[in-house]
Design a protein around this ligand. Structure first.
Ligand code: APR
Length: 260
């Protein structure tokens, strides 16, 4: 497991973490909304973050993460996701995932398609994957779904059930709608919590990012964990600037958070 340097816990940050801890201790209902920054400390590339070789700075999202891109060149899309799957098979959950996974009753609303929260031990019932999951493919004709082996995921293929459709990654592409049930639960939860933790997201992609405004509008306090300002900074009651792999273990230590 990658251990981000805890020397980044400056006195100022420790003080702010203590403030945020008080918010959380006083809250009866909490949820966590996360993005690619949560997995960055595991070595997984983010999408548009300036600090890393962000995916969208190297590749064209519309070519690789859209129905049109898949229709235009399905083999290129499958090969790109299989490259990401191979990367994912070689990384581990970081201390941020582990700290969140210890919170057995805290619902994780995540934009991430990786399985690092699951691998950190969190029950899948507690994880709402708003943008789907890279661990499965499904048929674009009959919907048949199958898990893929991340380290050796299959190349472009037709559905073995209906023999008509093509198998595609079960992630939400640009222009596609979010999974109904995951969105319904996330939206409902964000209207009924006291604190929303917002971890490692630029908060620039809707409708997911809209959950922060929904929570705020319904009276929740917002605690952001990010290495830099984001499109949600103006909504923050407390903004903890630093790596989630460093901040979350300190922030959540000794707490037992609940979403219900
Ligand atoms: N700890 C905390 N935050 C971090 C870290 C870290 N170690 N490293 C990077 N970040 C922050 C960046 O500052 C940035 O705000 O994580 C955020 C990553 O932003 P994006 O790359 O835009 O990722 P995300 O917000 O998850 O994107 C949302 O966009 O492309 C789509 O479907 C894709 O789910 C994704 C969605």
């Amino acid at each position: 497991m990658l251990e981000p340097k805890t020397t980044e816990l400056t006195n100022d940050l420790i003080e702010k973490i203590q403030q945020a801890k008080q918010f959380l201790e006083q809250a009866s209902r909490v949820a966590c909304f996360s993005g690619a920054g949560l997995s960055a400390d595991s070595g997984v590339a983010t999408f548009r973050d300036s600090e890393t070789h962000a995916l969208w700075s190297q590749f064209d999202p519309m070519e690789l993460a859209s129905p049109e891109g898949f229709a235009d060149n399905p083999r290129r899309v499958i090969d790109w996701y299989n490259w990401r799957r191979e990367q994912l098979s070689n990384v581990e959950p970081n201390p941020g995932h582990t700290a969140l996974a210890k919170q057995r009753d805290l619902v994780q609303i995540t934009q991430n398609v990786d399985d690092l929260l699951e691998r950190a031990g969190l029950d899948t019932k507690r994880i709402l994957h708003l943008h789907g999951t890279i661990t499965h493919d499904h048929c674009n004709h009959c919907g048949y779904s199958e898990a893929v082996e991340l380290s050796q995921s299959p190349s472009y293929r037709f559905c073995k059930k209906c023999h008509q459709g093509e198998m595609r990654p079960s992630v939400v592409w640009f222009g596609e709608s979010l999974p109904d049930e995951a969105w319904r639960q996330a939206d409902q939860l964000c209207r009924n919590i006291d604190v929303l933790m917002v971890v490692g997201t630029n908060a620039s992609v809707y409708p997911a990012a809209g959950l922060i405004e929904i929570a705020k509008r319904h009276g929740a306090s917002v605690v952001i964990v990010n290495t830099q300002a984001s499109d949600a900074s103006h909504l923050a009651d407390i903004e903890l600037i630093g790596k989630s792999g460093v901040i979350l273990p300190s922030l959540l230590e000794g707490l037992q958070l609940n979403s219900f």
